[in-house]
Design a protein. Structure first.
Length: 303
């Protein structure tokens, strides 16, 4: 039982690593703060659930459809970012989250408040990914794929354009970068990757409900990105691992664990505003100096 519980926690952690990395493309790379990322998770989950339940589409096709459709919807929903910035963009993405959840809750096609249940487990070459180690490997593979996308973007012209827009939109435009185009790209890519997680999420649980994708979930995802170190590859991974595992490790103080969790975030904002492992964080600079010193010492010892 304990082993199954541990594997479940690791599986969810792998999914949230993918979510944090996908949000980091939008918020960390392109500087577009979003509090509606749970909506894209939900769109991917419901897309895959509806296709497999109502139309008996194989999981792998439903999975790809969830990525593509969520990416397209994310591109469309990203249009408000062209007209609003900063606090107003945060409010707009919050509104998107509430609207999407309301559609899931009040439209009968999506099962309403009762959600969708009995979602089939994925299968490939006779192997059924019904939880346990197989599903952990599946979600880990997707997390690695998301990490590769983020790394690849950071090395391309698009990644450079994202960072230029994040630092100064007017300067980016003066250098020939089209801020509107790249903002839409960021929304589309970020949403598409979250949609893939949504598909995995739905088939792992075997059911989806509107309350799985509420605004609080979006806050949690953004907290992971900020806590670990926004705009870096390592930050969202560390943030997702810690902020998924800490609440579980503190279950023995059930009534106070989320108080501790909130206090931890407040302290982080006060003393490490760039995140635990952000480029300008004290901890990251200290670790970097320590590694460099250790490497030099090891090289001198070899000589």
């Amino acid at each position: 039982m304990a082993s199954g519980y541990f594997l479940t926690i690791l599986t969810f952690t792998a999914m949230y690593i993918s979510l944090a990395l996908s949000l980091n493309i939008l918020t960390g790379y392109a500087g577009q703060v979003s509090l509606g990322h749970a909506a894209f998770l939900g769109i991917g989950a419901y897309t895959s659930a509806v296709l497999t339940l109502r139309y008996e589409v194989p999981f792998w096709l439903a999975f790809l459809a969830a990525i593509v459709l969520t990416g397209l919807i994310g591109t469309i929903l990203g249009l408000p970012s062209l007209r609003v910035r900063h606090d107003f963009l945060v409010l707009a993405t919050m509104g998107i989250n509430f609207v999407v959840v309301s559609v899931f809750k009040y439209v009968d096609f999506f099962g309403g408040a009762m959600g969708l249940v009995n979602i089939p487990a994925p299968s490939l070459f006779g192997i059924t990914f019904r939880g346990g180690v197989p599903y952990l490997l599946l979600t880990t593979a997707y997390a690695l794929f998301t990490l590769w996308i983020c790394w690849y973007l950071s090395k391309t012209w698009s990644g450079l354009a994202f960072q230029t827009i994040r630092n100064d939109e007017e300067a980016a435009a003066s250098l020939g970068v089209n801020p509107a185009r790249y903002k839409i790209y960021a929304f589309g890519i970020s949403a598409a990757l979250a949609g893939g997680v949504g598909s995995l999420y739905a088939h792992f649980l075997g059911s989806v409900f509107p309350d799985n994708f509420v605004f609080v979930e979006s806050i949690g995802m953004l907290s992971m990105v900020i806590f670990g170190g926004i705009g870096t590859l390592r930050g969202p991974i560390v943030g997702a691992i810690l902020l998924r595992l800490i609440p579980e490790l503190l279950r023995f103080i059930q009534d106070y664990r989320f108080t501790f969790y909130g206090a931890l975030l407040v302290l982080m904002m006060l003393f490490q505003p760039m995140g635990l492992l952000g480029n300008d964080s004290w901890l990251w600079q200290h670790l970097t100096r320590w590694f460099r010193s250790s490497a030099r010492s090891a090289k001198e010892d070899v000589r």
